[in-house]
Design a protein around this ligand. Structure first.
Ligand code: NAP
Length: 281
């Protein structure tokens, strides 16, 4: 029987627990989000993050800057947030306008406020096996789903399709640290299907609707769909869910799988950074 990995329910359990903990604090954690430009998807993501933060009981601040902002102007905001003792987490919504150097912007965030785990300090600590202040939210969310459903990754062959800095790459490190044997495929990989067919766990993060179909899946494989594409039929993952679900032992839906977990991990990271800053952990 196929088990649907319910990221929405797990995310709601995590945020309810956070809400209870936060209600007992006199000083609330505060998340600052910087949004640059008018990208409609980014505007929705930021709005949702802000609503979720406030529902949990965090304080939150959205700084909306125009598309033609200069690097200096954005950096100035980050430096102010870095110094502000009331701000615990800083997030710069990606993607950035083309004229902005992403590395320069993300690296300016104080690592102890780097709620996305994208600074080289936190990313480097992850790669070296040291504890970072924060782990990237989406891969952390995938790992949490696997843990919640007692899916053991040790000794398993895991294929990750997609090698981005925000999903595939950090996830490959996290899985190796749990003793999985990880293959990372990308746009230049030949014959992904054959590799997928030999894999116990297939995780796709490429943004190509229904790319992973039944030819990719061996019986009882575990399938995690990170992809989100907006199509005529609505939000769609990388996985042809309807046609492969009966082949799998576990599978995430889209929507309702990894997406809600990403936001839940962002909230968890905000609270953890708050605790680091107050020397509570
Ligand atoms: P990205 O930075 O554009 O990276 C895409 C990756 O997919 C690249 O490594 C690329 O290979 C690879 N790729 C593209 N086409 C491929 C193909 N036909 N075969 C094999 N590999 C292919 O994307 P991203 O930011 O990681 O996001 C990936 C997807 O996840 C998107 O749909 C995004 O919306 C979604 N996402 C979801 C969440 C969530 O919370 N659920 C969070 C983040 C992202 P190359 O490296 O060779 O170019």
């Amino acid at each position: 029987m196929t088990i649907i990995l319910d990221g929405k329910a797990l995310a709601s359990k995590i945020t309810e627990n956070l809400k209870n903990e936060i209600s007992q604090l006199s000083k609330k954690p505060k998340l600052a989000v910087i949004l640059i430009g008018n990208d409609p998807a980014s505007q929705i993501y930021v709005k949702n993050k802000n609503i979720k933060a406030q529902n949990i009981g965090f304080e939150s601040l959205v700084i909306s800057l125009p598309e033609n902002s200069t690097e200096e102007n954005i950096l100035e905001h980050i430096y102010i947030l870095n110094e502000d003792k009331n701000i615990n987490g800083i997030l710069v919504q990606l993607p950035l306008p083309e004229h902005i150097n992403k590395q320069k912007i993300l690296e300016a965030i104080d690592p102890i406020k780097d709620v996305d785990g994208f600074t080289s300090y936190n990313y480097g600590r992850l790669a070296l096996g040291y504890k970072p202040y924060a782990l990237a939210c989406t891969p952390k969310g995938v790992m949490r789903i696997l843990k919640e459903y007692n899916i053991e990754v040790e000794g398993k062959n895991v294929l990750i399709i997609g090698r981005s800095n925000i999903v595939g790459k950090p996830l490959s490190i996290m899985l190796q640290q749990k003793n999985a044997t990880v293959t990372v495929a990308h746009s230049k990989t030949k014959d992904i299907k054959t590799i997928a067919k030999q894999s116990d766990i297939v995780i796709s993060a490429i943004g190509k609707p229904k790319f992973v179909n039944k030819d990719f899946i061996k019986k009882d494989a575990i399938v995690i769909d990170v992809g989100i594409s907006r199509t005529m039929d609505g939000i769609c993952g990388d996985v042809d869910f309807e046609n492969i679900k009966n082949l799998c032992s576990y599978i995430t839906p889209v929507p309702g799988g990894v997406g809600p977990m990403t936001i839940a991990m962002l909230m968890e990271n905000t609270f953890e950074l708050y605790k680091y800053q107050l020397d509570l952990i």
